[in-house]
Design a protein around this ligand. Sequence first.
Ligand SMILES: C[S@@+](CC[C@H](N)C(=O)[O-])C[C@H]1O[C@@H](n2cnc3c(N)ncnc32)[C@H](O)[C@@H]1O
Length: 208
Amino acid sequence: MTPERELRRIRKNYNRNAERYDRGIGFLDRLTRDARRKVGESVQGRVLEVGIGSGLSLPYYPAGSELRLVGVDLSREMLGLCRRRASEAGLVVELVENDAQALPFADAVFDSVNFSLVLCTVPDPLRAVREALRVARPGARLVFFEHVRSHLWPLAALQDLINPLTVRLDADHFNRRTLEIVRAAGVEVVWIHRWALGFFNLIEGKAP
Ligand SMILES: C[S@@+](CC[C@H](N)C(=O)[O-])C[C@H]1O[C@@H](n2cnc3c(N)ncnc32)[C@H](O)[C@@H]1O
């Protein structure tokens, strides 16, 4: 499949299933809320959230803070839900419909960048992280809360097995080596937290 076709498929999928995703992901809440809270505490200044989706991370950004939040997503429907969530919470968020692999921002304009559950879907995650580094200021904080290929081989083997199915059904890659991708892009990894047998990673890094 060409990259353009893959992108169209992802956009269509999230446009069609935005409400379902927003409601359905709730079952992961207990497993993910600490990571979302940590992400919210880690960012500062002008923040870019890549693949912001329906804005499930919005409640975790510190209230009344000096954050200036910009969210990018491929899906108009997901952004619509995000806009509604932001306005209900009285938050100001600039939302931009765009591909994470070619961001419409100048170089070195963000103090922090957050990826939450998005690199599993982006067709070329290395390109997306390089783009994040381009728009991040030197020394900016980058946080990645992602489901990844486990470091434990039995789970990793299972993930390798089901990956063709999840990619086909949902464009969702179940065996991405996200830590390696983040490092290969040039992020200086500061720490990594693994949980749920390494299915989830929270990676914090710095732009060089
Ligand atoms: C699993 S959802 C996660 C949404 C949100 N970050 C969260 O934590 O709930 C993945 C999101 O990434 C977006 N996405 C996927 N590929 C993208 C791309 N290439 N550029 C921008 N957004 C993308 C999808 O539209 C979707 O909203």
